[in-house]
Design a binder for this molecule. Structure first.
Ligand code: JF5
Length: 249
């Protein structure tokens, strides 16, 4: 998979995509990540890529010429995605769709924004990684590349392969435990050590439901509310009331 990134901070994107999981995938040639410095397409000695907004106001705007020039010079893969708080909320569904293609391109904005003609005539879609404002799109690009990259076959090892359970059914993760079974007097729940795989699966699902109801009621609504089977599962593990912490019950 080829992923191109258009940025004025290539060293930031280079560093992020050279470490750990993404770095290994790049070395293994599973991910072909190409980082382009928008300033390489500037035409003046100062390598200017921004200018003040028509109509006045604070801040600067990314000029159209360096972005169009870069895209026409390197012919990056589509879709071309602009990362902005004004975009559609990026989620696991977007990550799966992008991971299923041959590649995509990320445009990192800076300043107050980018010239509208880039959005109208070059960008295919606008995505937001959350409701906050960053100084630039580079960290958002890192988020998208990692979320998509880990879904690309060959990026994760066999022992860490993608858990298709988490998020795919729209619920949050259940609690995880490892050794030691007792730590500072806090014991791992007996059910997880019982060897009863059916009961373990029901306990995990009950906790996923409980956590999702408590912290993400929007996800519960999106899957059509709570069913009678869900309520029975919560009751089986005494989770009918809002949870505090697995050890406080
Ligand atoms: C950016 C103007 C783009 O801040 C972000 C962002 C927040 N959620 N998703 C992306 O992108 C950088 C800043 C200012 C345009």
């Amino acid at each position: 998979m080829r992923i191109d990134v258009l940025t004025i901070l290539p060293e930031v994107v280079q560093a992020f995509t050279s470490a750990s999981l993404l770095g290994k995938a790049r070395r293994d040639r599973v991910l072909d990540i190409r980082i382009h410095d928008l300033r390489d397409s500037a035409t003046d000695v100062h390598r200017t890529v921004d200018d003040s907004p028509f109509g006045g106001g604070a801040g600067m705007v990314l000029k159209p010429e360096p972005v169009f020039d870069t895209v026409e010079r390197v012919d990056p893969p589509r879709p071309l995605v602009y990362l902005t708080p004004a975009g559609r909320p990026f989620d696991q569904g977007h990550a799966r769709r992008l991971a299923g293609g041959d590649g995509f391109t990320l445009l990192c904005g800076r300043y107050e924004g980018i010239d509208q003609r880039i959005r109208d005539h070059l960008v295919d879609e606008e995505l937001s990684i959350g409701d906050y404002v960053l100084a630039g799109g580079e960290v958002a690009a890192g988020v998208v590349i990692e979320a998509v990259g880990r879904l690309v076959p060959g990026v994760l090892g066999n022992s860490e392969s993608v858990d298709d359970e988490s998020f795919s059914d729209g619920l949050l993760e259940y609690p995880h435990y490892t050794r030691p079974a007792g730590y500072r007097g806090w014991e791992v729940p007996d059910v997880l050590r019982s060897g009863d795989h059916g009961r373990v699966a029901r306990w995990r699902r009950a906790w996923s439901l409980r956590r999702t109801i408590d912290v993400r009621p929007d996800l519960i609504a999106a899957r059509g509310g709570i069913t009678d089977a869900d309520l029975a599962l919560l009751a089986e593990f005494d989770l009918s009331a809002p949870a505090v912490d697995p050890h406080e019950r």
